[in-house]
Unconditional design. Structure first.
Ligand code: FES
Length: 323
């Protein structure tokens, strides 16, 4: 079985406009084989040549938005992010059809479990993980609705892909025409049988999480950027025991666990270093993690079996990791 850290050579088959500042990127396996299987909600790392503005390798996470049954290609939506770390700009400005890059095997921290009723809410490019979910819901004859919100019509992404879905289940909302989406009103009608799946900008997801407090409906979200975290002054030192490496290390308040592990020569895969991508997920053998990531669900946090070592710390004095 292919591990999540193995890389696969891929060739750019198509690169075309899919909305204002949005590219549709289609990769095919460079060796002519099929890509690894994936499920709606999954993402992969794109490993791009060179380094970003921060001097770090250009490894970026993008949701798979094509058809999980077609493993001859991986399809993505790439929004140019002027204030980003340089990955999307590199793809927009330098990547060309025929180029080869590498991709990781798929990971899924936003799995879709169809329930009685599903409301998808996609903010802009947040449509990418939601598209395969909507197709899955339709194929299984589920009761679903999709709201796609964007600043204006030009920013509504993947209109061609949306056109392939039943239009009576889709509502496109443009802020410049209809004002901001009235989430309290929209969600006030939902009951316990509905699960809301949402991906989009932080303020949209923050608002949904707030409205979900005490509400009967369920909420599943995926973030592009980190959720608000405890201030750095809340950090406290702790020790980490690395069982596989046979080391005990001290993590001072002003360093992350990932920094300490790297300094000690312990290899941990990482990418965003912001608690968003899930690349640095590490198994916890003992101790209670102080979870500060935006990846794990409330249930996964409660179980305490895994943690993101780039941002999360320890509740007590010692953590033991399977590393
Ligand atoms: S490196 Fe992305 S979650 Fe830790």
């Amino acid at each position: 079985m292919m591990g999540a850290t193995q890389h696969i050579a891929a060739r750019v088959a198509r690169l075309e406009a899919a909305g204002d500042g949005i590219l549709r990127l289609v990769l095919v396996p460079a060796g002519g084989e099929c890509f690894p299987a994936w499920e709606p909600g999954a993402h992969v790392d794109l490993i791009l040549p060179g380094t970003g503005r921060d001097g770090e390798p250009l490894i970026r996470q993008y949701s798979l938005c094509g058809d999980p049954a077609d493993l001859t290609e991986y399809r993505f939506g790439i929004l140019r992010e002027p204030d980003g770390r340089g990955g999307s700009a590199w793809i927009h400005d330098r990547l060309q059809v025929g180029d080869e890059i590498a991709v990781s095997a798929p990971r899924n921290h936003f799995p879709f479990t169809p329930g009685e009723k599903t409301l998808f809410i996609a903010g802009g490019i947040g449509i990418t993980p939601v598209l395969p979910m909507a197709h899955r819901a339709q194929a299984e004859g589920r009761d679903w609705q999709l709201i796609v919100a964007a600043r204006n019509r030009g920013r509504l992404p993947f209109l061609a892909e949306l056109a392939a879905l039943p239009q009576d289940r889709i509502r496109c909302h443009c802020d410049d025409e209809a004002g901001m989406l009235d989430l309290p009103k929209l969600l006030s009608f939902l009951g316990a049988q509905t699960t809301v799946y949402s991906c989009g900008p932080g303020p949209l997801l923050d608002a949904l999480q707030k409205l979900n407090e005490g509400a009967p409906w369920q909420l599943r979200i995926e973030r592009f950027s980190a959720a608000p975290q405890a201030p750095a002054s809340a950090n406290r030192p702790f020790d980490v025991i690395c069982r596989a490496s046979g080391k005990r290390l001290h993590v001072p308040a002003d360093m992350s666990l990932l920094q300490v592990l790297r300094q000690a020569g312990i290899k941990v895969e990482s990418s965003c270093r912001d608690g968003v991508c899930g690349t640095c997920e590490t198994r916890v053998l003992a101790g209670t993690p102080d979870h500060r990531d935006s990846v794990l669900s409330a249930e996964e946090r409660e179980e305490g079996d895994y943690m993101m070592v780039c941002v999360s710390r320890a509740c007590g004095d010692v953590l033991e990791l399977d590393i």
